[in-house]
Design a protein around this ligand. Structure first.
Ligand SMILES: [Zn+2]
Length: 242
């Protein structure tokens, strides 16, 4: 299918195509698809898990040849748009802000995050095609990359939190993402720091957010979270980073 073959964004039709592919899978394949990959997800973030499942569904469809790169891109855009919006609402919700209460600045920041994520879809699609079933590529290897996309989901949740909790206090919590064991020295230095959302935002220090120059781990597999708290604000400056 060439670029001109899709005159209008027929996103729903493409998503339906991916879902139809899903329906054809065996139970064993579905179980394999739903198994969480590198990042073990929390109850707090079950929707991040769903985000990973949707992406794995898209990856599998392209890997197996059920859809072409263009259809993959359309389906991925829908997944990213839906997923990151959900992530933002989830983060803001932890600060008591409802979806229809977002400010213009927050809405713009969400849109920018979605656009930025779109820019990685094509390269991901090309990589999958080069390593597809016909080329004897392994699906599990491709799934390994999905954790990076799920990491972005967590990143967006934190970004939403520092904006929505501007005047509220957020504590940097290690191993917030269940199953992670932080060994990053920067994250360990930040553990227990309590600051207002506006301060975290001003300093630009957030969990995940790869590539993250403030963290020695780069944020790629960061399991930390910013959690609303009643604990007293930490005194003094932030520890020297990374
Ligand atoms: Zn971390």
């Amino acid at each position: 299918m060439g670029k001109t073959a899709v005159p209008t964004p027929s996103i729903l039709a493409e998503v339906t195509a991916v879902l139809a592919t899903w329906a054809m899978l065996s139970e064993a394949e579905k179980v394999a698809l739903l198994r969480p990959c590198h990042i073990q997800l929390t109850e707090q973030s079950r929707s991040a898990d769903q985000y990973g499942s949707s992406i794995r569904g898209n990856v599998r469809a392209l890997w197996s040849g059920a859809v072409d790169v263009e259809q993959f891109m359309i389906a991925m855009r829908a997944t990213v748009q839906r997923g990151l919006t959900q992530a933002w609402h989830e983060g803001a919700g932890e600060c008591g802000i409802k979806p229809d209460e977002l400010t213009d600045a927050e809405t713009k920041a969400l849109e920018a995050a979605v656009r930025s994520e779109y820019s990685y879809i094509f390269a991901f699609g090309e990589y999958i095609e080069a390593n597809n079933k016909a080329n004897k590529g392994r699906l599990q290897d491709l799934y390994g990359r999905v954790s990076l996309w799920v990491n972005r989901y967590l990143d967006i949740t934190n970004r939403a939190k520092v904006m929505a909790c501007r005047d509220q206090k957020l504590e940097w919590v290690l191993n917030y993402v269940r199953g992670t064991k932080e060994s990053c020295p920067s994250c360990k230095k930040l553990a227990g720091q309590v600051r207002r959302g506006s301060m975290w935002e001003r300093w630009g220090v957030r969990p995940q957010s790869p590539p993250n120059r403030r963290l020695a781990c780069g944020g790629w597999k960061c399991g930390c979270g910013l959690v609303p708290t009643d604990k007293p604000v930490s005194r003094g400056r932030l520890p020297t980073l990374p």
